[in-house]
Write a protein that binds this ligand. Structure first.
Ligand code: ADP
Ligand code: 5GP
Length: 206
């Protein structure tokens, strides 16, 4: 039985990392995909944990080899999801969560692996601005660039399977967790379990 691939995207600063990490903790059985990036590690980030940190040459060689399920340039750095890593986890029957940008999500939709996609939106623009400023991880000019992109990215919501508003964090986490739980119970994904139950039933008489 193959695992399910979940993709979470949002305009930068919406809170998708916060929401996705909390969902993973709450459910306890969702694997986290570690992306490759050419970005330099921030303080406290560990190679192989937050990201696989690689140089531009290595990244380009991997891309040429078809090593990525998707890859994109996001705010001046390159990011990509390993194709073989993704397939291996799914083949083991593990459900996998990708937290990627909106361009990457579009590539996954067109790619070879079926995915369930969730767009997270902020309740309004002012909240997005306040969160991005409050996080304090970008300089003011970088922040302006991210905010300028936000509308274009948010418009993409219509191509996703689900849309969740991250106003109250607990509620957003619960809604995303509910999506995961419901997708796991789709009949087409439960055929093996249902058949095992049916196999134990006596044959229909006469
Ligand atoms: P993203 O991954 O979408 O860029 P982050 O997860 O880094 O965003 O969140 C951006 C900032 O907003 C962080 O400082 C985070 O703590 C805060 N944040 C996230 N969700 C909420 C929420 N529902 N209410 C208030 N603050 C939030
Ligand atoms: P950060 O550098 O702040 O960790 O991430 C910047 C942006 O890159 C975020 O929007 C994040 O979701 C996105 N990102 C992280 N990993 C990947 C990836 O593997 N593919 C794509 N397309 N985007 C990614």
């Amino acid at each position: 039985m193959s695992g399910i691939l979940f993709v979470i995207s949002a305009p930068s600063g919406t809170g998708k990392t916060t929401v996705a990490r909390r969902v993973q903790r709450e459910l306890g059985d969702l694997d986290w995909s570690v992306s490759f990036t050419t970005r330099k590690p921030r303080e406290g980030e560990v190679d192989g944990r937050e990201y696989h940190f690689v140089d531009g040459e290595t990244f380009a060689a991997m891309e040429a080899d078809g090593a990525f399920l998707e890859c994109a340039e996001v705010f001046g750095n390159r990011y990509g999801t390993g194709l073989s890593q993704t397939k291996e986890k799914l083949a083991l029957g593990h459900d996998l969560l990708l937290e990627i940008d909106v361009q990457g999500a579009a590539q996954v939709r067109r790619g070879p692996v079926e995915a369930v996609s969730v767009m997270i939106l902020p309740p309004d623009f002012a909240t997005l601005e306040a969160r991005l400023t409050g996080r304090g991880s970008e300089a003011a000019d970088q922040r302006a660039g991210r905010l300028a992109q936000a509308r274009v990215e948010a418009e993409e919501y219509r191509h996703f399977n689900y849309m969740v508003v991250n106003a109250d964090l607990d509620r957003a986490v619960e809604e995303v967790a509910s999506i995961v739980r419901a997708e796991r119970r789709r009949t087409e994904r439960c055929a093996e379990a249902a058949q095992a139950i049916l196999d134990g039933f006596p044959d229909q008489a006469g």
